[in-house]
Design a protein around this ligand. Structure first.
Ligand code: NAP
Length: 265
């Protein structure tokens, strides 16, 4: 008989490869049953069989293209109605490395649909249930480009800045209602992401690339430590705290009746 606690069900998007597949594995080992979402149904089923075999956890798969309204609606329905769900991992996402003016606008729009609209809708579907039960966790996979938008394509950076700001706001509104929120800001991570984004990961200096396993294990450690924002590579947490404290210190002066003196004639 397993001695691992049963933690309810985790729904993980983008679980067919890379970071999402590692989350699926690690969450099962932490006692979660799983609902795995991505387009590649066969890859999901293969992963589900392996995880069930190795952990004994129940793993369902849900094949869905999260850029399509009707597919997204099916996942939203599960999040609204399955009372066993205790954790949502908004991980599915795509990136781009091309500069703005060399990027196809249709691809940019599709990226916003997957990286922004998807997590936003899935969060709206599950948050009321978490609030009514007084418990639940939402992990949002952002990126370091959320605070370093000059690094890759600007729409990708903007989409991840949305995820960071959305997570900070969710935490602000839901923490006292029993809902945990974590935004994870990975740096370069060795997954298929880079091929799809137009720059094979082998072209990056190895000293800036983390394995998906190390990234996810660090992020879960950050979750255990109660972090709202986890930057797996950042050596010194004081650097983030200084940055965030400076942001918060702007607060009282961001909205005033009079323009600043430097703007008067
Ligand atoms: P990945 O290996 O390419 O995984 C992306 C996942 O998203 C796959 O499971 C893919 O599955 C799914 N996906 C893609 N388009 C989808 C769609 N339209 N509908 C549903 N699912 C879709 O890349 P990854 O690195 O693990 O990326 C996971 C997350 O980490 C993303 O949000 C990414 O922005 C973020 N991130 C990655 C890095 C990095 O360096 N790798 C750094 C920072 C942040 P299907 O193709 O089967 O649908």
């Amino acid at each position: 008989m397993s001695t691992i606690a049963h933690n309810g069900t985790a729904l993980v998007t983008g679980a067919s490869s890379g970071i999402g597949a590692v989350y699926a594995d690690r969450l099962a080992r932490r006692g979660y049953d799983l609902i795995l979402v991505a387009r590649s149904g066969d890859k999901l089923k293969e992963l589900a069989a392996r995880i069930t075999d190795e952990t004994g956890r129940s793993v369902e798969t849900l094949s869905a293209d999260l850029t399509k309204t009707e597919d997204l609606a099916r996942v939203e329905q599960v999040l609204r109605t399955d009372a066993s769900i205790t954790l949502l991992v908004n991980n599915a996402g795509v990136g781009a490395t091309a500069p703005l003016l060399q990027s196809d606008i249709a691809k940019m729009e599709s990226m916003v649909a997957l990286n922004v609209t998807g997590p936003m809708r899935l969060t709206y579907a599950v948050a009321p249930a978490f609030v009514s039960r007084g418990t639940g966790t939402i992990i949002n996979i952002a990126s370091i480009v959320a605070i370093a938008p000059e690094v890759l394509n600007g729409v990708y950076g903007g989409s991840k800045a949305f995820i960071l700001a959305f997570s900070q706001s969710l935490h602000h509104e839901l923490a006292d209602k029993g809902v945990r929120v974590q935004a994870v800001l990975p740096g370069a991570t060795a997954t298929d992401f880079w091929d799809a984004a137009g720059l094979p990961v082998s072209h990056l200096p190895s000293e800036i690339v983390m394995s998906a396993t190390d990234m996810v294990e660090a992020a879960l450690s950050g979750l255990d430590q109660g972090e709202l924002v986890t930057i797996p590579a950042l050596p010194n947490i004081a650097d983030w705290n200084t940055f965030d404290t400076a942001r918060l210190a702007l607060g009282p002066n961001l909205s005033l009746a009079a323009p600043a003196a430097r703007y008067s004639a």
